[in-house]
Design a protein around this ligand. Sequence first.
Ligand SMILES: NC(=O)c1ccc[n+]([C@@H]2O[C@H](COP(=O)([O-])OP(=O)(O)OC[C@H]3O[C@@H](n4cnc5c(N)ncnc54)[C@H](O)[C@@H]3O)[C@@H](O)[C@H]2O)c1
Length: 456
Amino acid sequence: MTFKTKILCIGAGYVGGPTMTMIARKCPTYKVTVVDINKARIDAWNSDNIPIYEPGLDEVVKAARGKNLFFSTDVDQAIREADIIFVSVNTPTKTFGEGAGRAPDLQYWEKTARQILANSDSSKIIVEKSTLPVRTAEAMERILNGNPKGIEFEVLSNPEFLAEGSAIQDLENPDRVLVGSRETPSGLAARKALVDIYAHWVPKEKIIESNVWSAELSKLAANAFLAQRISSINSISALCEKTEADVGEVSYAIGMDSRIGPKFLKASVGFGGSCFQKDILNLVYICESYGLHEVADYWESVVRMNQWQQKRFVQNILTGMFRTVAGKRIALLGFAFKADTGDTRESPAISVALGLLEEKAQVVVSDPKALENAKKDLAGAEVIYEEDPYKAADGAHAIAILTEWKLYKELDYAKIFKSMKQPAFIFDGRNILDHKKLFEMGFNVFAIGKAALKHF
Ligand SMILES: NC(=O)c1ccc[n+]([C@@H]2O[C@H](COP(=O)([O-])OP(=O)(O)OC[C@H]3O[C@@H](n4cnc5c(N)ncnc54)[C@H](O)[C@@H]3O)[C@@H](O)[C@H]2O)c1
């Protein structure tokens, strides 16, 4: 079959894989190729065992793969062929040099730009899919358009708003799609080519068009606002624990205000994931580089609150269990940063596990999808890994719920209670369990933002 347009995505990760799969499914006349330098990842995309767990993704990949969706490691050849190139490489926080711990590490992204230039002999549209600092498109244009080949690149920003765990749903029915471009004739033409792709399935009124800088900044701002809501309710949870107010009731009451709304108001052990912290720190770094120190401080406090909430959770375990957990078996139920994903990047479970290990607890990690990643995160630490939550809890002094997996709501806690050391403790870091019922069974229950239910 000859395809109308050839799309390439560089980076076959949590964003590149699912987004391109959806485009391939919705646009059968487009050829979609996804490339990565990580051969194992590409092999997995081409196998029955795709490399990321995401509900519903498997079926969509299998339906499109080999027809108009292809996964490959031949980056150079794929660049030569492509009309539109999405760049979806990782942009983690820099760990070295200037801006370490704050600025995004743009080395993968810059390498990609140079590779695109080296392998192109026709004009192309380049789409920033990765989350990048505002004004990155300018740097990308400089690298790409200073070429002696006489070819032109139009750089667009099309940030991705999908959430892991609901990526397919989010891609199929997005709240909005954002496309930013230069407002020149060629920029507007490129913008139209990208809008046309999404228009295959996204209603026109949900496709927002803007200038390229607004698009870049909107992604950082959206993540900062989302994370801020979690840190805000988590700050209130600490006050609830001191005052016998119940954070669930407070959150419900404030969320009923239509100006506030109910979403992202759930208190927990803290937010995780590869994006929130990194994107806020990225925003903080940009603000600082423009001399906006007050703005930087304001947003940085969202990250500080999140780190404190995780420390506070470990502290509550320690004080709740008579100020010592040394030698005590503590089963961590859940290691993924949220339910329905195997992703553990920046998961609060990491800092909780490390905090408990520092206190010399015997840590057992359980998770239905994230144990392989957990083993990498805790490499070198003496930890027991046990997928079966009943076995994990067997003989434990305490259970801590760290991911809101549905299966943890449905466990037979009476059976678990009997298998545990007494007095048995539950620390519900996601507030998903029926605390009163657990207390009546005999557990000592510590939830987030609620008075502890203790038998002593
Ligand atoms: N994960 C999310 O939920 C999410 C949501 C929205 C936006 N984002 C943003 O999207 C971007 C990608 O995130 P992700 O979670 O998919 O990251 P990821 O680490 O899962 O995937 C990135 C992939 O890019 C590959 N890569 C790096 N350099 C390359 C190169 N030169 N050539 C080919 N491949 C290369 C890596 O091998 C990796 O497989 C980030 O900027 C992130 O902030 C992520």
